[in-house]
Design a protein around this ligand. Structure first.
Ligand SMILES: [Zn+2]
Length: 438
């Protein structure tokens, strides 16, 4: 073997390893009919496979080429999903170039209210765009930071289209609708319509390396290294961007079911802010009739783990490492609804999408005016009960909380301790938000 071909083989295997480091390698998808839960527990304990969209009748299961062999050996009946292009309507959706052109047009038409940020490129070199919408988007203001990310599963497309419609509406109404103007003036809103553009272009769930991006993030219960090393390029791009920002509330959009899913996905241990998470999930679900009236989920919401365990998902990673409360919204049972149904999906979700951004104003935080690079830790307690200890960077901290009176104890990296009490009201937007200046 020549030097060159050895190098190629090494490169090929290191590529495979990159894919195996985080998410399982996905080559096959099947539907398992399992209304009696005969197979569910057995299969969910096999970490080589990925379960998704569990329903009363069964669930989707993804894995390498070994999957169907394994199922046959274990006498588990299955129906093979044609992973690429099995939804005819997929071909009627805009291409990546058309989505990109829409984002560029929005930025061009509203240069004062937007910034178009590429946080990296996909495996096949497509830009991963956030459209930032705010009063002064070019500067980093002391305002709560909110984000929406859609379609990390490339074939779950409804959210990508809703994100474009939402961005267009927010900008068109700025300066005209007083509530939207107030929201944009007091929030830094980041919208990413497409986290997996290669997957969407190929009409497939995984990225161009056959990796499931929503199983590729650090799993805090088993992987203590919050490092982008060895992960998919799209995952790493989001991780690096998040580390540089101070996001406090976010949602990521999927398809294949209709429900709002809240942390944790990875563990059955209740989240310390469980009632807040339910309240925030409901604030979305109750404004969307088809989600709220779900037959599968009471009031259209569910705890992630109670539905099915997800390891390496973006939601838990975001909350655990960055106290950026993240929710997973499943927008449509159909992964590719007829494209002409998208406006109806948007109308059904519009009020919820706006309300969910507004929720970020139900919170409290602080920033350092003189020392903007300050780092340290903060403990939050309510009526003497500790609710959590967090670290902060960039001289800024903000957390969404239930209404009430909170004691903050801030320990700066320079050894100083500062205590203050602050009150959190409902989602009423205060000018300059609810920050204590330190
Ligand atoms: Zn998904």
């Amino acid at each position: 073997m020549s030097q060159k071909s050895i190098a190629l083989v090494v490169a090929f295997f290191s590529l495979l390893q990159v894919s195996n480091a985080g998410s399982p390698f996905i080559e096959e998808g099947v539907w398992i009919n399992d209304p009696q839960l005969k197979y569910y527990t057995f299969l969910k304990n096999n970490k080589e496979f990925v379960i998704d969209h569990r329903k009363a009748k069964g669930f989707e299961l993804y894995g390498s080429k070994k999957l169907s062999k394994f199922l046959k050996e274990n006498h588990i009946p299955f129906v093979k999903l044609d992973l690429v292009g099995f939804q005819k309507s997929a071909s009627t959706y805009p291409s990546f170039e058309q989505v990109e052109a829409k984002l560029k047009t929005l930025h061009k038409n509203y240069p004062q209210q937007t910034q178009l940020i590429s946080v990296g490129k996909s495996v096949r070199g497509k830009d991963l765009y956030f459209l930032k919408i705010s009063k002064n988007p070019a500067s980093d203001q002391r305002l709560p930071e909110f984000k929406y990310i859609s379609s990390m599963h490339g074939d779950e497309i409804t959210g990508r289209e809703l994100m474009i419609s939402l961005a267009g509406d927010l900008l068109a109404q700025y300066g005209k609708d007083s509530k939207i103007t107030e929201l944009i003036d007091n929030t830094e809103i980041y919208i990413m319509p497409s986290m997996n553009p290669d997957g969407s272009e190929l009409h497939q769930r995984f990225n161009a390396n056959n990796a499931d991006l929503n199983r590729d993030f650090p799993d805090f219960t088993s992987d203590p290294n919050n490092s982008p090393e060895g992960r998919q390029i799209e995952t790493a791009a989001i991780m690096k961007f998040q580390a540089d920002r101070n996001f406090a509330l976010s949602a990521n959009f999927h398809g294949g079911s209709e429900v709002v899913n809240y942390p944790w996905d990875t563990t059955e241990a209740p989240h310390p802010f469980d009632s807040l998470l339910k309240e925030l999930s409901l604030s979305y679900a109750q404004l969307v009739p088809y989600i709220f009236q779900s037959r599968e989920f009471r009031q259209g919401i569910t705890n992630g783990f109670a539905w099915y365990e997800v390891n390496g998902g973006m939601q838990d990673w975001s909350e655990f490492y960055y106290h950026d409360l993240q929710f997973t919204v499943e927008l449509s049972d159909m992964k590719w609804p007829d494209y002409n149904k998208i406006p109806a999906y948007y109308q059904d979700n519009k009020a919820a999408l706006l309300q969910f951004i507004k929720n970020i104003h139900q919170g409290a935080g602080f920033y350092f005016k003189e020392t903007p690079d300050m780092t340290g830790s903060v403990s939050i307690s309510k009526a003497g009960k500790n609710l959590g200890d967090y670290s902060f960077n960039h001289g800024e901290f903000y957390r969404v909380l239930e209404p009430g009176l909170y004691d903050f104890e801030v320990k700066n990296s320079d050894g100083k301790t500062i205590k203050f009490t602050t009150s959190v009201k409902t989602d009423e937007i205060k000018s300059g938000a609810n920050y204590t200046v330190l």
